[in-house]
Ligand binder design. Sequence first.
Ligand code: AP5
Ligand code: ZN
Length: 216
Amino acid sequence: MRVVFLGAPGVGKGTQADRVAAASKSVKLSTGDLLREAVRNQTTLGREAKGYMDQGKLVPDSVVIGLVREKLADLSGANGFILDGFPRTVVQAEELNRVLASANTPLDRVVNFQVSREDVVRRLSGRRSCPKCQATFHVDFAPSKKGNVCDRCGEPLVQRSDDRPEAIETRLKVYEEQTAPLIRYYRERQLLSELDGSGSVDAVFEGLSRVLAPYR
Ligand code: AP5
Ligand code: ZN
């Protein structure tokens, strides 16, 4: 299964990508996670990316493409992949096409998660993340069993710096301007499936499993 999860910030792409990866032995590749790791490790790339990310802007295409190209090449032995948060621009989508075409492994599907703006803001504002194992929680919808500590690895949970109200606003605007055009891009290539992402995590997973069933 070779799929892309598309959708605004906070629609649940990362949450569902973790579940699908666990259920299918596919590998999840999240550019957000990779970039946050680079920021934590204070690599050159991380230092370059941090300012953009904190403000809610996209990291330049050249930086992200460099990061992903290497990782995609590493995935050749896996039972497919789920791209979460990549591509985010038409330039990135074109580059992905090139890389996958040269490996003769074209995309099976692009799933577009749909959730209202109001729900997305509520999900982002209440999100808490584990800085160590990347697990994601929500104070109301998916609380950690151990309160403010990760129930998988025991690390104290944090709020992402880009989940502050001003950064959320910017991310939603950036999404509309730079990423939403990919919906049309993939629809024209007959790759797009729409998914109602507004239900519970379990309900969304059920709908997603139906969409992905032919590609397992
Ligand atoms: P990234 O990490 O990709 O952030 P994003 O796209 O804004 O997506 P999110 O992680 O915010 O949301 P999600 O859809 O994964 O939702 P989640 O499952 O966490 O990118 C961060 C930044 O990195 C970007 O702003 C940019 O600067 C940079 N970047 C990354 N990729 C890039 C690229 N390709 N090019 C350029 N720059 C790039 O869920 C959200 C919350 O809701 C959680 O608390 C969760 O528990 C809860 N939740 C999930 N599902 C449900 C449900 N069904 N019901 C109730 N609550 C739910
Ligand atoms: Zn953890």
